[in-house]
Design a protein around this ligand. Structure first.
Ligand code: NDP
Length: 249
């Protein structure tokens, strides 16, 4: 029960890594807000999980590209649950296109969700956590925040930005009781990979020394560690959860 009495917000919590993290937090005694797009499975997932666990599980519609929606998410959560001890800044989208063909619209959309969205959520979280005098923010980066990969200019730029922004936020918040870290997942078997064909998946698997994709629960476990008091002296860093990908091959 590492998260007993804590309230957690997970953006992009209706699917994949986010949903697995929501459930792990509930298993450890937290109350959790699934923050995801209107029309996602979030509402149904939250109702189902709320029935199954002692902690509360709520759904709040929130598009991380909209500052007003992000700020409202935090205001409503504090009004209903009283505080926010941990945030998983996890919402994100993929995008694979040759760089000479990427449109402004597609490039800016990936940056707006995967980088600007992370900042909007972190800023709102810092305000609440500074008032409370503590909290933990975990940003979702990627192996592609520290490695390049062909045809992913916007995604790698955004994730690289998340890795370095996490250092800055970690330093800035360090004396205010708030820790800010990131997770760098390798390729994880979630709906995000549905756009890739079997040959591409095989190629990606071969880049992981462990010879397989990761599972969403394995990333959720890393989130749980960074969110919990067990990581009380950990800030400004990125924890890779990548089956050895960034260690080399
Ligand atoms: P999923 O697509 O399964 O989940 C992402 C969730 O974010 C979805 O519910 C999605 O909604 C939601 N979302 C998308 N746009 C927004 C938005 N503007 N505002 C709020 N929510 C939004 O992907 P994963 O679980 O795989 O990805 C989670 C995170 O992990 C992402 O940041 C991703 O970049 C990162 N990651 C994933 C890896 C992988 O291999 N799977 C590897 C490394 C990092 P909808 O489905 O409706 O679009």
């Amino acid at each position: 029960m590492r998260m007993k009495g804590k309230n957690v917000i997970v953006t992009g919590g209706a699917s994949g890594i986010g949903l697995a993290s929501v459930e792990r937090c509930l298993q450890e005694g937290a109350s959790v807000v699934i923050a995801d797009l209107e029309g996602s499975d979030g509402q149904a997932r939250a109702a189902e999980l709320d029935d199954r666990y002692d902690g509360r599980c709520l759904f709040k519609a929130c598009d991380v590209t909209d500052t007003a929606q992000v700020d409202r998410l935090f205001e409503e959560t504090v009004a209903e649950l009283g505080s926010v001890e941990a945030v998983f800044n996890n919402a994100g989208i993929g995008g694979i296109t040759p760089s000479d063909e990427v449109t402004d619209e597609d490039f800016l959309r990936i940056i707006d969700i995967n980088l600007n969205g992370v900042f909007r959520v972190a800023r709102a979280a810092l305000k609440v956590m500074y008032r409370q005098g503590g909290g933990s923010i975990v940003n979702c980066a990627s192996i592609l925040g520290v490695f390049g990969q062909s045809q992913t200019a916007a995604y790698t730029a955004a994730k690289g930005g998340v890795v370095n922004m996490t250092r800055t936020l970690g330093i800035e918040a360090a004396t205010k009781g708030v820790r800010v870290n990131a997770i760098g997942p390798g390729y994880i078997d979630t709906p995000l990979l549905e756009a890739l064909d079997d040959d591409m998946i095989e190629g990606l698997i071969s880049l992981h020394p462990m010879g397989r994709l990761g599972r969403a629960e394995e990333v959720a476990n890393a989130f749980l560690f960074l969110a919990s008091d067990e990581a009380s002296f950990v800030t400004g860093t990125t924890l890779m959860v990548d089956g050895g990908f960034t260690a080399g091959k």
